[in-house]
Design a protein around this ligand. Structure first.
Ligand code: ADE
Length: 262
């Protein structure tokens, strides 16, 4: 997959891209990243990339010309039907999820445009950008971290990018559930034991335990995910057990409260 990044801060990228799985994916030829400095596409003496907004108000707005010039310089000679999505990173975009990561991983080329400051001239949105993505309901100082988040989540989905073949499939969200707990050596750390089942060597029991832990964690932390997860009959049975457990505890708490002298 090819990724072109358009940014005013190209130096923000190499530290993250040149480590771990992203580094390896590039060495293996699965990922190639091209970083473009928007400022280099200015034509004025002072290399101005932003100006105050028309109509007044605070802040600065990114000018359209250098952004169009930067993106178009890469797209020159690319036929319209071969053009990659041009994705603006912005808190106003559609929420980034594992599903969106899978959707992007199917492209062999994407472009990521990092917004900055208070905003970006609306004509960039209207006439250049084809998609807008937000990585969460908070405001960052720019789209650079969001672009890295997108690249990271997408790269680990590229076939061959992860060591173990199925590692991406068992991730939280891949199955629609959160992952259960993981343990490694030592078996006893400060008196805290690794659950015996994991040391039992009994593959089927381990698998069943892991599934139940994933269901329990999802039920506790993100119950709404259970509405869309792929659940077996056995999963549903276990969820009923959890629900009954919860009800019993809740009723016991209420009784304790009503019997309390306070
Ligand atoms: N730029 C600033 N905040 C952002 C966010 N939450 N997601 C994507 N891009 C952003």
């Amino acid at each position: 997959m090819r990724v072109d990044i358009f940014t005013l801060f190209p130096a923000m990228f190499p530290a993250y891209l040149n480590e771990s799985i992203l580094k390896r994916a590039q060495e293996m030829g699965l990922l190639s990243v091209h970083i473009h400095n928007i400022r280099q596409y200015t034509t004025d003496k002072h290399r101005v990339t932003d100006e105050p907004p028309y109509g007044g108000g605070g802040g600065m707005v990114l000018k359209p010309e250098p952004i169009f010039a930067a993106v178009e310089s890469v797209l020159a000679n690319v036929p319209t039907d071969k053009r990659p999505p041009v994705i603006l990173l912005t808190p106003q975009g559609r929420p980034f999820t594992q599903k969106v990561a899978r959707e992007l991983a199917r492209h062999d080329w994407i472009m990521l445009l990092c917004g900055r400051y208070e905003g970006i001239d609306e004509r960039v949105r209207e006439h250049l950008v084809t998609d807008e993505i937000s990585i969460g309901d908070y405001v960052l100082t720019g789209g650079e971290l969001a672009a890295l988040v997108v690249i990271d989540a997408v790269t680990r989905l590229l076939p061959g990018a992860l060591g173990a073949e199925d590692a991406a499939e068992t991730d939280s969200y891949a199955s629609g559930l959160l992952e259960g707990p993981h343990y490694t050596r030592p078996a006893n750390f400060r008196g805290w034991e690794v659950p015996a089942v994991l040391r039992s060597g009994h593959a089927a029991r381990i698998q069943a335990w892991r599934r139940q832990q994933a269901l329990r964690r999802t039920w506790q932390r993100r119950p709404e995910l259970l509405l869309t997860a792929n659940l077996t009959e056995e999963d549903r049975w276990f969820l009923r057990v959890l629900a009954e457990e919860h009800l019993r505890k809740h009723t016991a708490d209420e009784e304790a409260a009503s019997n309390s002298p306070l």
